[in-house]
Design a protein. Structure first.
Lengths: 275, 276
């Protein structure tokens, strides 16, 4: 959890704590106040972790569609953005596409990883050949602070080394655990070495955007739904974790088409759940 | 400015929740106390949600006909030079430049080592900029409207020729057959071109710079784009260039990725299928 998230939750929680502190002054309504405080706490925790479900629920209940800019509408379910051009509706949806297994340059390129690196462009071409509708694969990156990143890695390595020595000095050391610690230390060391050799650490978000057209909003949304399902299936070959983007993050990804945040902190702030 | 509004909203609602709790403690009447507690908790929840949803509060309160308008004007403006787009947000002006990356190499032409090198080259490209950069690969349906128009013209010419030659008593059977064949050929070509969709894949990078004026932001974005272009050219050995006017629209407007002719063809096919 980021420090800012903790700060916001702590500040919001303080009001609830204050209420519990003075609960005696509510006489016969003590229990009711306690229930209200618990509901408020649950709401705050939900907003922190599942706001992508709560916000669309709010717009569905209040029957509110959002106009992010002239000509565009985010319908109340907040699953897509629709644009009406001369009576034709263009619905655009987004999917996260976090690549776990594939790294654009492996930490330490073993033979297997090299084979995977070689297969990646091929798999991408196969995806393109099998897709028969418009889509966009986007990668937003920015360089991280080298010093901060290095210190973080060194801290992680130190912790793992401590755990490794603890395991090795135990009365019954597990070879599997020792191998795992050593592997993780090697990965961290490889990253530190790469930074030392002048490479920049990067932070990135990846997402897929697809558009469908129809004579009505519903027709476009139905085609879009179909396209999104197909993309989820097709991109499975790349071991990509794909999740449909709804709610607030949909609005920000829409804005990314026209301008990117120029500060790294802004991107961190917007996509804290996609890291 | 945007995040200042967020802070104002947070402090206001948070302060209101604290004050309401204090009032609920000192004021007489348990029902009133309970109502104040409920409002205080709502204010606390709103204060917390302002972290992400500050942009939605005021439009939501002013919504008309179920529409909360976050922005009533166009999402962007094309700069007069046509090579950047301008977005105004609060007091800041953002300009974005788009770089076309023409990579036409297929993995079928590459050895295993070349494929690994290609993947590594890509990782080198994404480290070219210290500021946030977007690298995208876009597949879109090619607009064949102009091409179809040309085929239609040729078909009309061929049909005219066929009518003229048919009414000409001096025309030989060979000439008539040749013109008839030409008409059939243009008909078949038109049918094939209209029926199938052609796709194109385009890779591009996008960079944004902020400035006090449109010109300042545009110049900064173009300057950064030039640096990235130099890096892309050196890494991939291609000639990357800055997208302009209609090329930019293809990258940002959804209707440009699905041409009107494709949509009308979809409707025609659907109607025909329903008719069956």
């Amino acid at each position: 959890m980021e420090s800012e998230e903790i700060l916001y939750m702590a500040i919001a929680g303080m009001v609830i704590l204050l209420l519990l502190f003075v609960i005696g002054s509510y006489g016969p309504f003590k229990i009711a106040v306690l229930i209200i405080a618990l509901i408020a706490f649950a709401m705050i925790v939900s907003l922190e972790y599942i706001d992508f479900l709560i916000f669309p629920l709010l717009t569905i209940i209040t029957k509110t569609s959002i106009v992010p800019a002239k000509g565009y509408v985010i319908p109340k379910n907040q699953k897509y953005i629709v644009k009406n051009v001369n009576g034709i509706y263009y619905a655009t949806g987004f999917l996260t596409a976090n690549i776990y297994k594939y790294v654009f340059a492996a930490e330490s390129v073993s033979e297997d990883e090299e084979a995977e690196l070689a297969q990646t462009p091929e798999k991408w071409e196969r995806i393109v050949m099998n897709t028969h509708f418009p889509f966009k694969f986007n990668l937003v990156t920015f360089a991280q602070d080298i010093q901060e990143y290095r210190e973080d890695l060194e801290g992680q390595r130190g912790f793992l080394e401590q755990q490794l020595s603890k395991e090795m000095s135990s009365s019954n050391p597990s070879q599997m655990a020792i191998d795992d610690f050593q592997r993780r230390i090697n990965v961290l060391q490889a990253r530190i070495d790469r930074i030392s050799s002048g490479e920049r650490p990067l932070w990135s978000i990846m997402y897929i955007e697809t558009t469908a057209a129809g004579v009505s909003e519903k027709a476009a949304a139905d085609i879009l739904e179909n396209q999104i399902n197909q993309l989820q299936t097709i991109f499975n070959t790349m071991d990509i974790s794909i999740t449909r983007v709804v709610g607030r993050e949909l609005y920000y990804l829409f804005k990314f088409n026209f301008a990117l945040p120029t500060l790294q902190a802004d991107i961190f702030k917007l996509f804290h759940k996609q890291k | 400015m945007a995040f200042d509004l967020q802070k104002i909203l947070f402090v206001s609602f948070y302060g209101a929740s604290l004050v309401l709790i204090l009032f609920s403690v000192v004021l007489p009447g348990y029902i009133l106390k309970l109502i104040l507690v409920i409002i205080a908790m709502l204010c606390d929840i709103i204060a917390f949600s302002s972290r992400f949803y500050w942009y939605f509060f005021i439009p939501f309160l002013h919504k008309k006909g179920g529409m909360a308008v976050l922005r009533s004007n166009e999402p962007y403006l094309l700069s007069p030079s046509g090579n950047t787009i301008i977005v105004r947000e609060g007091g800041t002006i953002y300009a974005s430049a788009f770089i076309k990356i023409p990579i036409y190499k297929s993995t079928t032409e590459m050895s295993n080592d070349e494929k690994v090198d290609f993947a590594r080259m890509f990782s080198r490209v994404i480290t070219l900029s210290k500021s946030p950069i977007r690298i995208s690969s876009q597949m879109y349906i090619v607009s064949k409207e102009d091409y179809i128009e040309k085929i239609r013209d040729r078909l009309n010419q061929a049909e005219d020729k066929y009518q003229n030659i048919n009414s000409n008593t001096n025309a030989t059977q060979g000439e008539i057959s040749r013109i008839k064949g030409e008409v059939t050929m243009w008909h078949n070509l038109l049918d094939n071109v209209s029926r199938s969709q052609s796709y194109s894949l385009l890779s591009f990078a996008m960079i944004t710079a902020a400035g006090g004026t449109d010109e300042e932001a545009s110049n900064l974005a173009l300057q950064q784009a030039d640096e990235i272009i130099a890096g892309i050219n050196a890494t991939f050995g291609v000639t990357a260039s800055i997208a302009e006017n209609s090329e930019i629209l293809l990258l940002i407007e959804p209707e440009q990725t699905i041409p009107y002719s494709t949509v009308s063809e979809q409707i025609r096919a659907k109607t025909a299928a329903e008719g069956l």
